[in-house]
Ligand binder design. Structure first.
Ligand SMILES: NC(=O)c1ccc[n+]([C@@H]2O[C@H](COP(=O)([O-])OP(=O)(O)OC[C@H]3O[C@@H](n4cnc5c(N)ncnc54)[C@H](OP(=O)(O)O)[C@@H]3O)[C@@H](O)[C@H]2O)c1
Length: 179
């Protein structure tokens, strides 16, 4: 038809955060939450994921059914079965091409702390699992500015089988463009 296809791919942050903002310690998760891992799998399946080199190394492998773009400043970094980018901008360009090829409608920002901080200003939605515990850790989720986000869904959950803690699923949607 000769029409130009303009495809926007929202950036969606998926994160599990303790009450005190902690998301990890010693480059790993500090809780066992199989319910949340299942939710992560469900939300991310069939989509491109952008993650920091440290988080990728903690995950340790490509994830079935998803494409991972790993961000690193190390020009020599290689890993099998994933895509490499050296800046957030390059990561988004690669993830957009992957989303288009996969038929996905959004791009997942999968952490960790440095990557959440870099992408929070341009994310459209945050799918947040609030883990009901205060945890000792060294990786922190940046606080979303209250005036830029509104809660659009909330579900309370008791700890499921094997979960260390009860949790609340919270969806935050952007109300405004970032400054
Ligand atoms: N609870 C959750 O939902 C969740 C989710 C994901 C991760 N985590 C946790 O988060 C922690 C890891 O977070 P983190 O902040 O330490 O590391 P990270 O965000 O996973 O990775 C940081 C690395 O990304 C690269 N990077 C960051 N900004 C960049 C930029 N602007 N341009 C190019 N490369 C860039 C650098 O890699 P190089 O050093 O190679 O240059 C940097 O060292 C772990 O404990 C993990 O378990 C928790």
């Amino acid at each position: 038809m000769g029409s130009v296809e303009i495809m926007a791919f929202p950036l969606v942050i998926v994160v599990a955060v303790a009450e005190n903002g902690v998301i990890g310690k010693d480059n790993g998760l500090t809780w066992r939450m199989p319910s949340d891992l299942k939710r992560f799998r469900r939300i991310t399946m069939g989509k491109p994921l952008i993650m920091g080199r440290k988080t990728f190394q903690s995950v340790g492998r490509p994830l079935p059914g998803r494409e991972i773009v790993v961000i690193t400043r190390d020009e020599g970094f290689t890993a099998e079965g994933v895509h490499i980018a050296h800046s957030p901008k390059e990561a988004v360009a690669k993830a957009k091409a992957l989303a288009k090829a996969m038929g996905a409608d959004e791009i997942i920002i999968a952490g960790g702390g440095a990557i959440y901080t870099a992408f929070l200003p341009c994310a459209s939605r945050i799918d947040l699992t609030r883990v009901h515990a205060s945890i000792d850790g060294d990786a922190i989720f940046p606080s979303p500015a209250q005036e830029e986000w509104r809660e659009t869904a909330r579900e309370e959950h008791a700890a499921g089988p094997g979960d260390d803690h009860a949790f609340t699923l919270i969806t935050l949607s952007r109300t405004s463009k970032s400054p």
